[in-house]
Structures are given as C-alpha cells and as structure tokens.
Design a protein around this ligand. Structure first.
Ligand code: HEC
Length: 201
C-alpha cells in the first residue's frame, strides 16, 4: 500500500489558502448579513411605531370590546381590535331624548345617533371576518377621504378618520403594518346602518 507523503511545507500552504478562502467568504457574506439584519431591525421598529400609534390614537377605545371585570368594565385583549362582538345583537336603538341624542352599546363598540347606527369593524387580519383583503392603499384612501368600502358612502361618526388621516405617510404605513401583524380574531361584525338621507324639500 502506497502511503501519501506529507510535506510540512505543503500542509502550511494548504492551511494558509484555507484561511484566505474563509476570510474572503466572510467578507463577501457579512455585508449581506448586515443588510438582512438592518432590514429586520427596520421592520421591528416600524411595527413598534405602529403599536404606539394605535395606542395613543385611541383605536382600542372603539375597536377592542369591553367586558365586565372585577373592577368594572375592562378591555378584552383576547379580542384585541376585533370590533363589535358578534355575540352581542344590536336591536334598533332607543330614539333621541332632548340633548341626549346618541347612545353607546355596552361593549363600547357600537354607536347610535342622528347619523344612524355605526358599528366598529374587525381590524384584525382574519381572512373571513377581518381586514385581510384590504390593501395598504385602500386603508390610506379610507383614512384620508373618509369613504367606506372604496366610496359608496361616507364613514360614519364617531370614527375619527379625518384626524387619523392627518398622520404622515410613514406613520399611517406603520399603523397599517402593525394591524397586519396582530393575531387574527374571527368575529363577524354586522354592517353599520346609516340613517336614511333627509327627505328632499
Ligand atoms: C370613537 C370611536 C372610534 C375610534 C377612536 C376609532 N374608530 Fe375606527 N371605526 C369606528 C366606527 C364606529 C367605525 C364604523 C364606521 C362606519 O361603518 O361607517 C369605524 C371604522 C373603521 C374602519 C373601516 C372604515 C371603512 O372603510 O368603513 C377602519 C379601517 C378603522 N375604523 C380603523 C381605525 C383605526 C386604525 C383607529 C385608530 C387609529 C380607529 N379606527 C379609531 C369607531 C372608532
């Protein structure tokens, strides 16, 4: 059997070449790895900004239902931003009485007033009952123009679209990205019922 001769010089050269190749590979990979890391950091920062904006703009007030807790009404975060609970039916509201011309349904997700009955929709990305089919562009249009569902009627009070729509493009985009990232909740919210237009004179 022929034994391969080992030469210390050849071994040293081979080790050097391997080291050079490793360094070259790392140098080629690290900018890509750094870029990927930066992209992840930017996305995480965008989602954090979106979460912050959702909180300070009060979206939870109307889109996250209240439930009765030991200290009184509290937000049911297991149904975060899923709108008016389908389990709470909404019969016709009592009529206006003097200056008390508006009513809020118990989970604080449905409102009645001279505008009709407006019901906070499910903002989670649930494929059947949430905003899964919405595009960012559609979200921007709704918040900037106040047109429900692409435009067939105005978005009803008390949804503060005209304030929310004044956010910068960057903030509105962060808010939207965050809404896409939250847990989907299956909850079929009934349609709002706008008041009929006043009779023509
Ligand atoms: C004071 C209550 C209230 C607050 C605060 C509120 N909403 Fe709404 N929102 C509603 C109601 C009620 C509707 C249903 C309006 C309708 O059907 O015309 C609605 C509708 C919507 C819609 C659907 C619009 C469409 O095309 O019909 C989106 C999207 C939405 N809200 C997002 C948000 C976001 C995001 C925030 C926070 C930045 C927010 N809302 C804060 C009450 C509120």
């Amino acid at each position: 059997m022929k034994r391969t001769e080992r030469s210390p010089v050849r071994d040293a050269v081979a080790a050097c070449l391997a080291a050079v190749a490793t360094i070259a590979l790392l140098a080629a990979l690290s900018p890509a790895a750094a870029r990927a890391g930066e992209k992840e950091d930017a996305q995480a920062a965008k989602l954090a900004r979106g979460a912050y904006l959702v909180t300070i703009s009060g979206c939870h007030h109307c889109h996250t239902p209240l439930r009765m807790g030991p200290k009184g009404p509290e937000r049911d975060m297991s149904r975060m931003l899923s709108g008016h609970p389908e389990s709470v039916p909404l019969p016709d509201p009592p009529g206006p009485a003097g200056p008390w011309n508006a009513h809020i349904a118990a989970p604080s997700t449905a409102f009645a007033g001279p505008f009709g009955v407006s019901i906070a929709p499910n903002l989670t990305p649930d494929p059947e009952t949430g905003l899964q089919n919405w595009s960012e562009e559609r979200f921007f249009r709704a918040m900037r123009n106040g047109q429900h569902n692409g435009g067939w009627r105005p978005i009803l009070p008390p949804m503060p679209w005209s304030d929310i729509g004044k956010m910068t493009d960057e903030d509105l985009s962060a808010l939207w990205a965050y809404l896409r990232s939250i847990p989907p909740v299956k909850n079929q919210v009934p349609d709002s019922r706008p008041a009929p237009p006043p009779p023509a004179k």
